[in-house]
Write a protein that binds this ligand. Structure first.
Ligand code: GUN
Length: 281
């Protein structure tokens, strides 16, 4: 079998077009332009690239992009003051603080200072709680993008067996909550899981979010299963995912790296910003 290639890049492009159309409508009908503030502390090269891409794509869908680049020496108090100002600013509908923050800053306190309605990353305790109790929540962008691709590929996920490899707060845990919300039977696997290959072999859906190059092997996969690769690992051989490309010989459908989950993240960030705007206006 050669797996169907799940084209996240094309899906994200379509999603951005739909968002751009809704942004234009909002402006024409009510004079409202959604605004996304992105805060970057320090000069981590990977973070700087992400932030630049976010700003570019935000402007491309017709939203206002507000970039706040602060020096690595920024104090907790200075950062919290900026967040308070953005919380109060009516032109700002979404706030994203790029992670990781420099070590001297308290990431948890910073995230939880963002007002729940503007927390477009969905990382605050309140949004995490809302998601896990099935209430209306801002959903973290990467798992939201994975869910969209899975629904598009498989339709109803109800009753399917899903394994999420990785238990991070940014991807693994919210991914599991989303799959549970769609009535899948969910297993969260991680570095201490015993006999991971046999756990995966039972799954209709495997989502790999561990950050280990090509860890998931073809003989771990049930023939015909759908495999979502969240990994973006820089190696000497270039960019590779958490899933061995040979998995494509066994899986029914699979996301490539690059061009799979990656492009969905920013598209979902824009979707969340639009949602945040619609909820307050
Ligand atoms: N750093 C890596 N991924 C993310 C993300 O999705 N949001 C934020 N804020 N920081 C990140």
């Amino acid at each position: 079998m050669t797996a169907t290639r799940i084209d996240g890049k094309a899906f994200a492009e379509e999603l951005r077009k739909k968002i751009a159309a809704q942004v234009a409508q909002l402006k024409a009908d009510r004079g409202i332009v959604p605004g996304l503030a992105v805060v970057l502390v320090g000069e981590d090269p990977a973070s700087s690239v992400y932030v630049r891409n976010k700003a570019k794509q935000t402007a491309e869908v017709g939203m206002h992009s507000y970039e706040h680049k602060l020096p690595a020496s920024t104090s907790q108090e200075e950062l919290l003051t900026l967040i308070a100002r953005l919380n109060a600013d009516k032109a700002v509908n979404g706030i994203l603080v790029q992670l990781p923050l420099p070590k001297h800053l308290d990431e948890e306190a910073v995230i939880n200072a963002i007002s729940v309605e503007k927390d477009v990353d969905g990382f605050s305790i309140q949004n995490v709680g809302r998601l896990s109790t099935g209430q209306k929540a801002m959903v973290p962008c990467t798992p939201l993008g994975c869910l969209m691709l899975l629904r598009d590929q498989l339709g109803d996920l109800s009753g399917m067996s899903a394994v999420v490899i990785g238990r991070s707060n940014i991807v693994g845990k919210p991914m599991a909550q989303l799959l549970l919300g769609d009535s899948a039977t969910v297993t969260i696997a991680h570095s201490r899981t015993k006999d991971l290959p046999s756990v995966c072999q039972k799954a209709d859906i495997v989502v790999a979010a561990v950050g280990r190059p090509m860890m998931v092997k073809a003989n771990w996969i049930k023939p015909g299963a759908t495999v979502i690769d969240v990994g973006i690992n820089r190696t000497d051989d270039g960019l590779v995912g958490d899933v061995d490309p040979a998995v494509a010989d066994v899986a029914g459908a699979m996301t490539p790296v690059p061009g799979g989950v990656g492009p969905m993240t920013i598209a979902c960030l824009l979707a969340n910003t639009l949602t945040a705007t619609a909820r307050v206006n």
